[in-house]
Design a protein around this ligand. Structure first.
Ligand SMILES: [Cu+2]
Length: 249
């Protein structure tokens, strides 16, 4: 079934646990729209033939009474109510309106700028160093050099490393204009607003490389505002953290 749907409506191969709900919703909405499209097309052709001018030289003043059309309308209304209340609203509540909590979750901070992604890891101590706009001239994330929590932090540009099968929450903000954190393979898209912190989260379940594409037109270099998410095995991730602690790229 999945293969047939994937052929009908090709999407990037899915690489997160939560993305499945997104894809189900996509298929259902497209399915309904397909039914509506075919229905309207048939109706259009029928009307063109049935009410052609040579057969109906005089316009009828009274409307055509049909019960079929009202059944069809009710079907569409019910289908849309089901899509909204049984799928879309629960999806929003689980994946967008709330952020998961618990132990097996890691946090990564991302500061977007024209036209790059600055990525900030807490390092082995699990605590993020303080950042302030005062230090932005010294380093791209504005890390305060006097804060001991920041000494082992790792910062990278356009490169994200994640262990597979672990939920990650991205805390997103921007230095300049509105950007959008779009990761198609994870089915995630979240606006990034200067002066605000927004969140996006997912659980990557396939080792590989995935693109972060800025999804909000943010200036002349928008097209090249790309990052890479490297999903690796937990052991490789631990090694990466150990090798890079304190390195601010
Ligand atoms: Cu951007």
């Amino acid at each position: 079934m999945d293969n047939i749907l994937q052929k009908l409506l090709p999407m990037q191969p899915l690489a997160s646990v939560e993305g499945r709900d997104n894809d189900t919703l996509m298929y259902l909405i497209h399915g309904l729209v397909l039914v509506l499209f075919v229905g309207w097309a048939i109706y259009y052709i029928v009307v063109l033939i049935k009410f052609r001018e040579t057969k109906n030289s005089k316009a009828a003043e009274s409307h055509v009474a049909h019960t079929v059309s009202s059944y069809v309308e009710w079907f569409v209304v019910v289908a849309e109510i089901v899509l909204l209340f049984a799928f879309s609203i629960p999806f929003w509540a689980v994946h967008q309106a709330s952020v998961p909590e618990g132990k097996n979750i890691m946090e990564v901070k991302v500061v977007a700028q024209q036209f790059a992604w600055n990525v900030h890891y807490a390092g082995p101590d699990g605590r993020f160093g303080r950042a302030s706009a005062r230090f932005l001239e010294d380093n791209p994330l504005g890390l305060d050099p006097s804060d001991p929590d920041g000494k082992d932090d790792i910062t990278t540009m356009n490169q994200v490393y994640l262990p597979v099968n672990k939920t990650v929450i991205f805390r997103l903000t921007s230095k300049d204009v509105i950007h959008s954190f779009g990761v198609p393979a994870m089915r995630v898209k979240q606006d990034i607003i200067p002066g605000m912190t927004t969140s996006a989260w997912f659980t990557p379940n396939k080792i590989g490389q995935y693109e972060i594409a800025c999804s909000q037109l943010c200036g002349v270099g928008h097209y090249r505002m790309r990052g890479i998410i490297n999903v690796v095995a937990q052991a490789d991730f631990d090694q990466w953290i150990a090798q890079n602690k304190g390195i601010h790229d």
